[in-house]
Design a binder for this molecule. Structure first.
Ligand SMILES: Cc1ncc(COP(=O)(O)O)c(C=O)c1O
Length: 390
């Protein structure tokens, strides 16, 4: 019998994501409404998906270049120029990855030494903290506070930087808060990164899911930033292709070559058919994404208005992504207990804010990647359930 079934030392402080438990509840309770999902509830147009079957018929079922299919990299380089005026070299400054998730891991594994401090948003996407720890680094929380519209504060960043700080992770539009940053706010953060000589991992996977007059600016387009920024992006959210696992990262040659090395020995190359589907998504009309965002916008207003009508919740209007992050402190329960309460009493599944970090305590994340009718029903159920708490 094998008796040494224990995890490696590096996994010692890694816990299962707090989101998983609530995902599992959704499958256990078929009558529940699942508002915990982090993926669009739309399907990409058939024209885009057909590129996958066509590629298979064309025999594209073999290894592709490590950094990605040539035509896809060319299309990505054109996208960076078209959207942000950024010029990247097609051979050495763009890398196709297994979703944004792999790109984040490549950056952390390639750049973080044991003991290096990495500034991460708190609350923040669930991958950042374990990712930093697995790479041997020390996560340092940058609080995203409701009173500051969930924006990273330049003052906080400046005071958190030490001589061990090496990397800062920024994520706007933000998961889980729905916050975005203005041009001036990004410019101020960029100035600090340049002054303190930090590498920035800028997670921009929600770049196209942004509302009203808010505009997305790529961090690499600010003065002094192209040479120190890894721009992480993905097809998951923009084209509703989470399962195809395809993302990409732009960066200066010196940094990208490091990520390339890790990528080469971990995944060799990204799934070939997904790459042809992604290529097809970039070409031609982008109408699918704008229609999706229009519908998200309608739902955003519904969720925001209804939550604020229900006594006990107070909810800021999200400016990006497809999440609302209401304050639930008035209910006097920790967020995990409150999410459990909603599952048991309203049959509505949300994610406790604490799953995203200590500063997420006192909030829950509600994904509005569900139909308008389901959201209406879920909010009615929530209203009825919390009504009993009074
Ligand atoms: C902020 C953020 N970054 C990155 C990702 C990774 O997405 P994927 O690996 O599907 O591209 C997600 C997914 O939820 C996310 O919310």
């Amino acid at each position: 019998m094998v008796s040494n079934f224990w995890p490696a030392e590096r996994l010692k402080h890694i816990k299962t994501s707090g989101i998983r438990h609530f995902f599992a509840l959704a499958t256990e309770m078929p009558d529940s409404i699942n508002l915990s999902v982090g993926e669009p509830d739309f399907s990409p147009p058939r024209r885009i998906l057909a590129a996958g079957s066509q590629a298979a018929r064309n025999g594209k079922t073999h290894y592709e270049p490590t950094n990605g299919v040539d035509e896809l990299r060319e299309a990505l380089v054109q996208k960076a120029f078209h959207d942000y005026g950024l010029v990247y070299n097609v051979n050495s400054e763009v890398l196709v990855t297994v979703g944004g998730t792999e790109a984040i891991f490549l950056a952390l594994f390639g750049l973080v030494n044991p003991g290096d401090e990495v500034l991460i948003p708190n609350p923040g996407f669930v991958v950042y903290e374990p990712g930093v720890r697995l790479a041997g680094g020390v996560p340092v929380s940058m609080p995203l506070l409701e009173g500051r519209d969930f924006k990273v504060s330049v003052g906080d960043v400046t005071s958190l930087i030490t001589d061990k700080s090496r990397v800062i992770i920024l994520n706007y539009p933000n998961n889980p808060t729905g916050g975005v940053l203005s041009f001036d706010e990004l410019a101020a953060l960029a100035e600090v990164a340049v002054e303190r000589d930090l590498i920035v991992i800028s997670d921009e996977v929600y770049e196209k899911i942004i509302y009203d007059t808010a505009k997305h600016y790529c961090l690499a387009s600010f003065r002094g930033m192209r040479e120190r920024t890894l721009v992480i992006n993905s097809f998951s959210k923009t084209y509703a292709m989470t399962g195809l696992r395809i993302g990409y990262v732009y960066g200066p040659r010196e940094l990208l070559s490091i990520l390339w090395l890790v990528h080469q020995y971990t995944v060799a190359c990204v799934n070939s058919l997904s790459q042809y589907i992604a290529l097809s998504a970039l070409k031609g009309s982008q109408g699918f994404t704008s229609c999706m965002v229009k519908e998200f916008d309608r739902r955003r207003h519904l969720v925001h208005a209804r939550l604020n009508e229900i006594g006990g919740f107070s909810c800021a209007l999200p400016q990006g992504a497809f999440y609302a992050f209401p304050n639930i402190k008035a209910f006097g329960m920790p967020s995990e207990e409150f999410s459990e309460f909603l599952v048991r009493n309203a049959r509505v599944i949300t994610v406790p804010g604490s799953a995203f970090g200590s500063y997420g305590e006192g909030y829950i994340r509600i994904s509005y990647a569900a139909t308008y009718e389901l959201l209406e029903e879920a909010l009615n159920r929530i209203e009825k359930a919390v009504g009993k708490l009074k």
